[in-house]
Ligand binder design. Structure first.
Ligand SMILES: [Zn+2]
Ligand SMILES: [Zn+2]
Length: 574
């Protein structure tokens, strides 16, 4: 027997589809918004639409006008509506699928359809392989490689999903589930909440007074393709993206203990459980009950750690790798946070292979609350990436100077991502590098050099007094290629000695350094720069992934150079 509110959700889903279809058609913005708002309102109603229709109460709901209300009646009666069917006939199915790929959406699906006539996933894949997509406004080479990666995921060719993709889809799911009537809390759990760089599924923990409706809202959702398991407190499904979603359900007072257990890791939780047992308490109740009968209600995860007489341990550190011992001795440091980051030191623009102008990048950095950004386009041996020759470097400096004149508080740092050539020399003479504020030196060619040669090659760059940061040092690309052979301990030793920072590249297909290596770099006394390597202004937001790597590596703001203000930073570089 279906929950009485399920038909509300079905109407809501249909309106969301209509809004996307209208957007792909390029319809009027207000019309699209009307459907989106109606979909949202309807999903949250705590009375069945049929009942509201019967009582003539439908049009009293804000945002539900005549047009929408007549469609609701039609859908309730027939299961669909003519306007929707008509739209479906007008737009190829492949375009509708394309819009679901992370990073695309209805607006870009329309551009791809109109400009390149792409109407299937196969055509999309082919266009990305032929580098046709990067020519469209606002789309970059990186966007193309993301598309290829996501198509691989849809085909089930990747067992592990990158954290960026999983979090993006997971966050949308959390947002959706939190609108279901009866739900009080929903959060991502498992390894996704611990910010592991790749995950095998999306864990979600929710509390509700109406578990049946919550379960059905996931099982019957249009993007659910297979129900793998179903029990009283759990639904396990596979969705259209070929990702498994595991939803655990509980009551409001048990939400925190369940979220804590679900977050894990298993090893972390088992260790905690042992400590709890030795104190005669259990971690699976809504309250901590002490052996003397005293009771403490668990209001947050902090309460659990307090009850065990230890410091709070953030999810990123819960791997069972020494964090519990540290917490017992009060040695968990204040980890670096996204809000500590004052600027990005590795970004690209239309001058090389990225999608946006310098001004776009500056505006995006300002809206993130940054006080500086370094523009570091590619150097010239990288022909495919439209690298800058010396002449273009100096014309870029002119443009930056003009843009800087308009800024009061914000600093645009000049820079370059300079190729480290196979023999360890740099793509420009020292006099040119000396004219730039920030030099990121990276390897982009001859990946197959032997370990010693590659290590020496990078150390030569570290020794150059103009090089401030080594970019994506191991060269690995998740799901594509492992890093090249490298003696990292020698590289870290040199970086510490010559005061050259090593990057944590936040792009979720790189995450280079990874957690383990970032930890070793810190131990060697190396300073870290957390950069996004953004090729689109929106990618400045990827800083959350690099910061998560830094946190998992136990880094504090002092370990990270772009937590400095611009004056301190320039002093550090000189
Ligand atoms: Zn690079
Ligand atoms: Zn780059």
């Amino acid at each position: 027997m279906s929950n009485a509110l399920m038909s509300n959700l079905e109407v809501s889903w249909l309106f969301q589809e209509m809004a996307d279809l209208l957007e792909i058609k390029g319809e009027n913005f207000f019309k699209i918004r009307a459907y989106r708002n109606a979909a949202k309102t309807i999903s949250k109603l705590d009375k069945p639409l049929a009942e509201l229709v019967k009582n003539n109460a439908l049009e009293k709901i804000p945002g539900i006008g005549k047009a929408i209300s007549s469609k609701i009646k039609e859908i309730l009666k027939t299961g669909s509506c003519e306007a929707y069917k008509k739209l479906l006939e007008e737009i190829p199915k492949g375009v509708l699928e394309m819009r679901l790929i992370p990073g695309i959406g209805a607006k870009r699906a329309r551009i791809l359809f109109e400009e390149l006539n792409i109407s299937s996933l196969e055509q999309l894949e082919e266009a990305a392989r032929k580098n046709l997509i990067r020519k469209l406004p606002g789309m970059s080479a990186k966007f193309e490689s993301d598309i290829l990666r996501h198509i691989k995921m849809l085909k089930g060719e990747n067992k592990l999903i990158s954290i960026g993709t999983a979090r993006e889809l997971g966050k949308k799911l959390v947002e959706y589930l939190s609108t279901i009537p009866g739900v009080s809390s929903v959060e991502l759990g498992g390894s996704l909440r611990r910010w592991k760089e790749t995950v095998s599924d999306i864990d979600i923990v929710a509390s509700t007074t109406n578990p049946e409706l919550l379960k059905e809202s996931l099982i019957k959702h249009p993007r659910t393709v297979e129900v793998l398991e179903y029990s009283q407190n759990r639904v396990h499904i596979k969705n259209w993206w070929n990702i498994e979603v595991d939803l655990s359900i509980t009551t409001a007072d048990n939400f925190i203990p369940l979220l804590h257990r679900n977050t894990g890791s298993k090893s972390h939780y088992e260790q905690l459980k042992k400590i709890a047992e030795s104190k005669g308490i259990s971690l699976s109740n809504p309250s901590i009950i002490y052996p003397n009968g005293n009771k403490m209600k668990i209001e947050s995860e902090k309460d659990i750690y307090t009850a065990l007489c230890m410091q709070y341990i953030p999810p990123e550190l819960r791997e069972g790798k020494g964090e519990i011992e540290a917490a017992l001795e009060n040695k968990i440091p204040d980890l670096v946070e996204v809000d500590d980051i004052k600027g990005d030191l590795h970004t690209h623009t239309l001058w090389s292979d990225a999608a946006d102008t310098i001004e776009d990048m500056v505006n995006a950095a300002k809206s993130r609350g940054y006080s500086y950004i370094a523009i570091t386009d590619h150097s010239y041996p990288l022909n495919a990436a439209h690298g800058l020759d010396t002449k273009r470097i100096y014309s870029q400096l002119e443009e930056i100077k003009k843009l800087q004149e308009r800024e009061k508080e914000f600093t645009i740092l000049t820079g370059i991502e300079c190729d480290i050539l196979p023999d360890g020399s740099l793509a420009y003479p020292d006099e040119v590098l000396a004219d730039l504020d920030v030099v990121v030196a990276s390897v982009h060619s001859y990946f197959n050099q032997d370990k010693d040669t590659m290590t020496e090659r990078i150390i030569s760059a570290i020794k150059n007094e103009h090089v401030d940061i080594i970019g994506h040092v191991t060269g690995r690309v998740l799901e594509e290629r492992a890093g090249y052979e490298l003696d990292l301990s020698r590289i870290f030793e040199a970086a510490a000695k010559y005061n050259t920072a090593i990057e944590i590249n936040s792009s979720h297909k790189r995450l280079d350094l990874n957690t383990e290596n970032a930890k070793k770099a810190k131990e060697a006394g190396v300073k870290i720069a957390i950069n996004t390597d953004a090729h689109e202004s929106s990618e400045l937001n990827d800083i959350i992934y690099g910061t998560a790597v830094a946190r998992r590596a136990w880094l504090t703001p002092d370990d990270v150079i772009n937590t400095l203000d611009v004056k301190q930073l320039l002093r550090h570089f000189s």
